[in-house]
Design a binder for this molecule. Sequence first.
Ligand SMILES: [Fe+2]
Ligand SMILES: [Fe+2]
Length: 285
Amino acid sequence: MRIIQISDTHLSPGKTHFADNWAPLARWIGEQCPDLVIHTGDVTVDGADLEEDLRSTAELMRGLGVRFRTVPGNHDVGDPRHDHQPVNEARLERWRAHFGPDRWVEDVEDCRLIGFDAMLLGSGEREEALQARWLEAVMNDARDRRIAWFLHRPLFLDNPDEDDTGYWSVKPQPRVGLLDLTRLHSVALVASGHLHKAHNFVRDGTRYIWAPSSAFLVGPRMKAPPMPGEHRLGAVVYEIEGRNIEPRIIAVPGLSPHWIDDVAEEVYPRRPDKSAALPSGLRNR
Ligand SMILES: [Fe+2]
Ligand SMILES: [Fe+2]
């Protein structure tokens, strides 16, 4: 069984800055003949506010001609407790209308793949508690299948015990419960996106994969905190056989290495009420 993870395509019919990378990505996916494609979010430039971004990008995903699953990113459904673009019922409903559920289970060989919505973590939304109960239930129900998680935001950047990294990783409070679950169920893999960096490492018996974006790289002007990983574009191929999950981060041929730093003001303009000193990453724009 071959599964491809793609992430952070940041597509929009109105903002086509990264659109040239879709065709080579789609072509390469076709050549790989995957059984399933998993998109780990930031599918759109601004699906959180523009339904047209969701509609047109879902159409592109269907055009792949491969079964796919998606989990939303902050640019698709908003951020927990964000001042201007909070994740909420209305945004989640819009997402689901175009991409289907934001949490799901796929049983593959002797593994259970679980996708869930990282944007709910720490949101206080009713759905957050429902998702937490659902996650525990589907993990308890996995029996002896190996478990792999797919979510947009990484659980941590450098260290499971680190403080709040703001925009960049899951908040410490929800992180604790999730890390407890990974230990309790010996989770084999946690695969995420969001950072636009490629990284593959093992911590406490769990493999962590940061899937690279296929759209753009994030440079120094975005003020990311220090973190490991490589600045490169691409995708991830997982070969799954029995209980074995073999990931490979791939440099997809033909992708143009855009840098968000060069076009941030056009793609994610600052809000008029924000001072220039505030932006950290793309969140407060
Ligand atoms: Fe992204
Ligand atoms: Fe993101």
